[in-house]
Ligand binder design. Sequence first.
Ligand code: SF4
Length: 703
Amino acid sequence: GHRAAAPQQEVASVCPYCGVGCQVGFRTRDGMIEEVVGRDGPANLGRLCVKGRFGFDYLRHPDRLTRPLIRIAGAAKDPADCLDPKRARQKFRDASWEEALTLAAGGLVRIRDGVGPQALAGFGSAKGSNEEAYLFQKLVRTGFGTNNVDHCTRLCHAASVAALFETVGSGAVTAPFTAAAEADLLLVIGAQPTQNHPVAATFLKDAATRGAKLVVMDPRGTGLDRFATEVVRFRPGQDVALLNAMLHVILAEGLHDADFVASRVDGLEALRAHLAPYAPEAVEARCGVSANQIRRVARLYATARAALTLWGMGVSQSVHGTENARALIALSLLCGHVGRPGTGLHPLRGQNNVQGASDAGLIPMMLPDYHRTGDATYRAFLEELWGTPLDHKPGLTVVEILHAAERGEIRGMYIMGENPAMSDPDLAHARAGLAKLDHLVVQDLFLTETAALADVILPATAWPEKDGTVTNTNRQVQIGRRAVAPPGEVRQDLDIVVAMARGLGLDWRYGHAREVFAEMAQAMPSLANITWDRLEREDSVTYPCPAPDAPGEEIVFHDHFPLPGGRAHLVPAGPGDPGELPDRDFPFVLTTGRELEHWHTGAMTRRARVLDALQPAPTVSLAPTALRRLGVAPGALLRVTTRRGAVDLTAREDPALPDGVAFIPFAYTEAAANLLTRAALDPFGKIPDFKHSAARIEPAEAQ
Ligand code: SF4
């Protein structure tokens, strides 16, 4: 006879993909996720995008690692293995947890004690929980003895955070994206929210439909354009000039909020002097935007009652990313569009927990809660809490660490849940750096491109398999609950980090994530009045939170900024070096990013059946006129070459792209966009120039 089906159960958690932080219900039966539904969270009100709805069968994909792996003695590390997981797998053998952990920690101890702590580094993850991020940075700082700890925030909003700290004194958003409901103008620049923050995009569309003005500024067309009052298509790399011209108009016409500036903002006269050369007529040719449109948009923004400013990687992933953000923040400060309902500064955070991982201290120059490593008072407090002396020198950032590895200065690494062999710029060098390490420990779900170069691979837990908290782009701390058991011998990530710490000689005794959260609350005043028990009851609490029974503050800075004197700063931005310019040999501007269906390096979404079916192969998007000039039709195989490398991909026609611009998503191993990108860094945020490389494009058949 038939066995009666087990009843379906629903476990409340959060979507593990993007920074929107949609609350989900995992509906499970017999230890498997059968379907995912949207719950009524503050950031999604029941809505989900295609990733949150269909992106979970990677949990049971046959590629999933279920046992620790150890590199077979003598099996050479070859960057070519990054392209071929099957070949890479043959260089590893199964191992017990005991053997793998002993080898993993032992190799790091040997380098720490033989060469020194500064020869070690760790990459934590914005895809793990707050508790994992906190323990990981504590492990590197106390077990390795260095501040060489970073994560993918360096590749996404480091420039925005640097500028926000300098201008308004805090790196997080000043208002949630749901503040769009009370705005009468939305400015969205350098962002593709319909692809990268799809549920947030629905709130922006709702606001526009209700009658709010929507200004969309981007070199590429966006999915919001058809809702927009003004679409400003500017030339790639000219954002600083364009924003400065808007500031010029506002000051020249006296449209700024003089009372707000007088009472709350410093630096007006220096900014005014700096802007003299940026009259709209002086920059219109350079920006590819008419002086008339620059004036119109500046006036719209300045005269709005309440404007919300949102931006994405288009602003930050640039050699002048910090300058872009400075100019954008100046626009908002000058017009008083911050600290009131419907106003605010909102860098749309990428990863589901990049806000929380940054808050927890997964940053080389900052301890938890953004205290600089040189801050003697906080460091002394932390040394007391942790019972260990700490290094005062800032550590190296993501790209700097891999360059140091290539030079042989970094010799050992522990990488948890990040994939630098796909996500870093100029991959030929990044992969060479990883391959050169004496000892690499990788903790992940799959044999990723990075794990292909490891000495020890520790199989990790997927998000629906664990308890933990995450913090979304809106500063909402949310709880995720374990819905299914991990496969095979997979252990909880938190337990693996604790075991590694013990192998490094630390006497750690953490059990459940709630114990780690309790310690975080001691180390991080930002979490005041937020407890694990409260999160279990309420699912989501926004920080800062004034009392145990009060809701958190959605909109901050209503009467002062967290800077000396409570005043914000206008910081002049420019000139804004546009990066690698196109020339005769490399006539296109190549820009990289994501698609709706695939998350980052594709490790999860390319192993989700529905998402893979929707978007199965790498493409290069070009304007119809550019395709005609190349003499090819959509679907043709094209070769894209930069000074760093070449990849072959299928041509796709995109009428929303300007003629000289090409777009490639970075999720595809077989045509890795980052083989093409440049490792040049923004001097302040240390973020690479993913959005601007000079490229040559030709039919691949001609090769
Ligand atoms: Fe998940 Fe982001 Fe989609 Fe929400 S918008 S379902 S958080 S990927």
